[in-house]
Each structure stands twice: as C-alpha cells, then as structure tokens.
Write a new protein. Sequence first.
Length: 197
Amino acid sequence: MTRTLLAISAAYVFMGILLLSMGLTSRYRWWLKAGAIVITSAFFVEVFYSSKDLLGWPSTSNMPSKFQLLWSRVVEPDNKLGERGAIFLWVEELDSNNVPSGTPRSYRLPYSQRLADRTNKARDEIMNGNPQEGSAEELSEGSDQQQQSQSQQQNQMQPQDGGFESRGGPVDLAEVSDQIPRVEFRPMTGPALPPKP
C-alpha cells in the first residue's frame, strides 16, 4: 500500500514538473501549453477516481476464491429512496494451506435475498464464536456491466400474478440471479499442517 501511494505521489510530482517546464521554458504556442494543462488536469481526476480502492472504499472487483469472513453488513433495498441495496463483506484471503494472508479487504456485492440470508447466517455464527470461511466464484469479464444490467432489471421488476415482469417485458429470474457472484460460507477449517516425521 505504501509503495503504491509513493508511486502515485511521484507521478503527481513528475507531471507537475513536466507541465511547469513546458509552460515556463518552452517556445511552444500558447494553445499547446493550454492543451497540456487540460490533459494533465484530466489525468489528475482520472487517477483520483481510479484509486478509490486505495482511499478505503469497498472494492467491486472479483473476490478471492477462498477467504475468511471477518464481518459483513447487508443493506436492504429501499424503493422509496431508489437504493438498490448491497452486501458488504470484510474478508481475508486464505492460501492453499488455509492460512490467512493478514491483509483484510472490503468488497461490495450486489444485493440478492439468497446471498443476504447466507451472509446474515454467517455473521451470526461469527458472533457465536464460530469463525467462517467462504468461497467465491469469479465473475466473467464484463461483470461490472452484468451487475449494472442486473441492478437495472431488479429495479424495473414488479410483481405480476405471483411472478415478475419488468417494464420492458418478462424477466427470467434465473438469468438475473446468474449474474450475481456465487458466494458460499461454511465453518472455518484449521490450517493444513506439514506431515510429522
């Protein structure tokens, strides 16, 4: 983390020095200098938004395939406020010997009732003193687009005679649920010890 922050700081310093040297000592036309200033400013904004994970925001990238669940929070959808709901997991990756990495990370998953129930049950087990491990199936590429389309479809779904129908036509709930990451929880198993001589 510190190395990443130092690299970002060094990049800012380099870009600032480059821009100042172009503006003060070069004989470029004024519109080239103004363009360099605009492009540099755009990169500053881009770096800020692309480094949200470093600022402490939950990650929306793929979760580790095997992890220890440290804590969770389920935010239910609220139709009045237009909130889609989310499931926040604080996890620590496990290696092949079932040993935690020592670096916890926060993840944000799209809300589903099934995942919310499993998450609440795992959190209750943690509160009872039973550590929980989990496994996650990686989403395919384009998962962000799938999550957005799934969230939009969930927002548009309205109950119709016991089923669901979206404003744009019928929705296949199995297809929508396939776009939500598959996360399972179970009691934590001990680390794999080396064989005794």
